[in-house]
Design a protein around this ligand. Structure first.
Ligand SMILES: *Cc1c(COP(=O)(O)O)cnc(C)c1O
Length: 429
C-alpha cells in the first residue's frame, strides 16, 4: 500500500490526540488535514506524496539558516559519533554559554533547558524566588509555552485576576497571573499602581509572534522597563521566537531595551529540542546548585543539540546576515501588499527582521484586538489557495511567518505570483 498524507493522518488520529503531537500542526483553524513531511532542504519541504512546498513556517522558527543546512547536519553527525548524552558536563555547553552571553549582552549567566516552555517556567520561578512575590503579569495574545501560569486569560473587567484558559489549570494558580493589553501604556501604569509591590515578574514577547506579528509601539518596551525598575519587578523578555531572528542580539538589541531575564529556544537549537534562560548574574546565581531556586534537566545541554545550535548560531553571525534576511522579508510583504492592492482586497502586513504577519484587514495592526478582528475566513481561503500552489504558510491566522537564509529571489517571486492568483480568486467572491 502506498503511503499518503491521508493514510498517515488516519493512522495518527487513532493513536495521537488530534493526529498530532502539537495542536497547531493539525490545520484545525484553516480546515483540511495536515501533510506529512518526508524530507526538508533549504527553503523547501517535500511531503510523503512527493509534493514540494516553499516553507514559511521553518519548523515554527528554528530553521533560520534553511532546512538541513550541510554545516548543521555535519556538526550533528560528527558530535553524535562521540555519544548522544553523557550525564556529565561537556565542552559544548560551555561554548554555547559563551556564544549566547557574547551575542546578547543582558545575559550575564545562562542555563540550558530543552524547550521554550521549560525556559519560561523556570524564568518565572526565578522571578518569584528572587523577589519573594507571587504575582506575575502577562499580555493578551502572548504565548509563553504551555506552563500552567501562562494558560490564563483575562478576567472580566480591567485589573481583575486571571482565569484558567485550559481545563487542568488550577484556579488558585491562574489567580496569580494578571493580564494586560499589549501596547496599552495606561493599563500597564494602572496595574502597577495597584499591584506593583506584589508583582514578581512581567513577561512578554517583545514582538508578539503568537498573535500573528504585532510590533511594540514606540516607547512601550521602555515604559515597561521603567515600571519594572520602579516597582522591583523582574522584566522578562520571552525571546524564544524573536531571539536571533529580529536581530543578532534579539528584540532587546533591535529596540534597545534591556530586560532582567530572557528566555530563548527555537533558533538556539537549530532544529533540536533546546531552550535557555538567563540574565542578571544577581538573579541567575540563585539557581541551583549555585543557589536555592531549583531547576534541573536530565538531557539539558545535550551535546548533539548544542552542536546543532552552535552551528546555526555560527551561520547567522556571517556579516550582513540579518540585513539580507530583513531585505527578503520586506520584498515578500511588499509583493503581497501590491498583489492585494491589484486585487482590491483589504490586506496589510507587519514585519521585523526575519518575521512577518499577514492580515486581511484594512487597519494598521498594533493591538491584539485589531489582530483578532482581521478576516480569518479570508485567511483560511488564502492559506488553502497557497497550499494548493505549493506554498506553505503558517496554518493559522494568528502565527507569524518566517523567512530563512535559504529562500531565493525566485522563491519569493514564485510566492508573490501564487498570491496574485489566489487573491484574484478571493476578490472574485
Ligand atoms: C514557541 C514559543 C514558546 C514555547 O517554546 P516550546 O519550545 O514550544 O516549548 C514560548 N514562547 C514563545 C514566544 C514561543 O514562540
Amino acid at each position: 500500500m502506498t503511503i499518503t498524507n491521508r493514510s498517515l493522518f488516519d493512522r495518527a488520529s487513532q493513536l495521537l490526540p488530534g493526529g498530532v503531537n502539537s495542536p497547531v500542526r493539525a490545520f484545525r483553524s484553516v480546515g483540511g488535514e495536515p501533510f506529512f513531511t518526508a524530507r526538508a532542504q533549504g527553503a523547501y519541504l517535500w511531503d510523503v506524496e512527493g509534493q514540494r512546498y516553499i516553507d514559511y513556517v521553518g519548523s515554527w522558527g528554528p530553521m533560520i539558516a534553511g532546512h538541513a543546512h550541510p554545516e548543521v547536519v555535519e556538526a550533528v553527525a560528527r558530535t553524535a559519533r562521540d555519544g548522544l548524552s553523557f550525564g556529565t558536563p561537556c565542552a559544548l555547553e560551555v561554548e554555547m554559554a559563551e556564544v549566547l552571553t557574547r551575542l546578547v549582552p543582558s545575559l550575564e549567566m545562562v542555563r540550558m533547558v530543552n524547550s521554550g516552555t521549560e525556559a519560561t517556567m523556570a524564568a518565572i520561578r526565578v522571578a518569584r524566588g528572587a523577589t519573594g512575590r507571587q504575582r506575575i503579569v502577562k499580555f493578551e495574545g502572548c504565548y509563553h509555552g504551555h506552563g500552567d501560569a501562562f494558560l490564563v486569560k483575562a478576567g472580566s473587567g480591567a485589573l481583575t485576576f486571571g482565569l484558567p484558559d485550559s481545563p487542568g489549570v488550577p484556579k488558585a494558580l491562574a489567580d496569580l497571573t494578571l493580564t494586560l493589553p499589549f501596547n496599552d501604556f495606561n493599563a500597564a501604569t494602572a496595574l502597577f499602581e495597584r499591584h506593583g509591590d506584589d508583582i514578581a515578574g512581567l513577561i512578554l514577547e517583545p514582538v508578539i509572534g503568537n498573535a500573528n506579528c504585532i510590533l511594540p509601539r514606540d516607547g512601550f518596551l521602555q515604559h515597561l522597563r521603567q515600571l519594572c525598575s520602579q516597582y522591583g519587578t523582574v522584566l522578562i523578555f520571552d525571546e524564544v521566537m524573536t531571539g536571533f531572528r529580529v536581530a543578532l542580539g534579539g528584540a532587546q538589541e533591535h529596540f534597545g531595551v534591556t530586560p532582567d531575564l530572557s528566555t530563548f529556544g527555537k533558533i538556539i537549537g537549530g532544529g533540536m529540542p533546546v531552550g535557555a534562560y538567563g540574565g542578571k548574574r544577581e538573579l541567575m546565581s540563585q539557581v541551583a546548585p549555585a543557589g536555592p531556586i531549583y531547576q534541573a534537566g536530565t538531557l539539558s545541554g545535550n551535546p548533539v543539540a548544542m552542536a546543532a545550535g552552535l552551528a546555526t548560531l555560527a551561520l547567522i553571525q556571517t556579516p550582513g546576515f540579518h540585513d539580507r534576511l530583513e531585505a527578503k522579508t520586506s520584498q515578500l510583504v511588499d509583493g503581497l501588499e501590491a498583489a492585494a492592492a491589484d486585487a482590491g482586497l483589504r490586506f496589510t502586513t507587519t514585519h521585523v527582521g526575519g518575521m512577518f504577519g499577514l492580515y486581511f484587514s484594512g487597519e494598521h495592526i498594533d493591538s491584539y484586538a485589531k489582530s483578532v478582528a482581521s478576516d480569518t475566513q479570508m485567511f483560511r481561503r488564502f492559506f488553502n489557495g497557497m497550499l494548493e500552489r505549493g506554498i506553505f504558510l503558517a496554518p493559522s491566522a494568528f502565527e507569524a511567518g518566517f523567512m530563512s537564509a535559504a529562500h531565493s529571489e525566485q522563491d519569493i517571486a514564485d510566492t508573490v505570483a501564487a498570491a496574485s492568483e489566489v487573491m484574484a480568486e478571493l476578490a472574485g467572491g
